[in-house]
Design a protein. Structure first.
Length: 117
């Protein structure tokens, strides 16, 4: 299966431990496409539909009206996972609009400490 940066993919995250996001759920592909084209793994940020009115700088809101998601969701860039495309990615649902990628870049920068909070 081919995945691209900005794609929304269904990923089987279990088994997990502690507070890691679990279950089979949509995730946002955040890895660059050089990695996606040449590695058997990709890096994803799990989505959640449980979020408050104010988001953390390391979260990205993605509306159902602008994506293949069924519900408004938040990509949790604080919960990044490297996953096997063959063994964990179940389906590619489509992608978020390209104009949302700068917001994703910012959230990743905050999450990884590349930007000071």
């Amino acid at each position: 299966m081919q995945v691209r940066r900005g794609d929304v993919v269904v990923v089987e995250l279990d088994p997990t431990r502690g507070s890691e996001q679990q279950g089979t759920r949509p995730c946002l592909v955040v890895q660059n496409d050089v990695g996606n084209d040449n590695a058997p793994t990709t890096i994803v940020a799990p989505f959640t539909t449980s979020f408050g009115d104010e988001l953390y700088p390391f979260e990205v809101f993605v509306g159902a009206d602008e994506s293949p998601l069924r519900e408004d969701s938040v990509a949790m860039c604080s919960q990044l996972r490297t996953v096997s495309i063959e063994h964990r990615v179940r389906e590619n649902l489509g992608s978020i609009p390209d104009d949302r990628l700068p917001e994703l870049n910012s959230a990743l920068g905050y999450s990884l400490g590349l930007i000071d909070v």
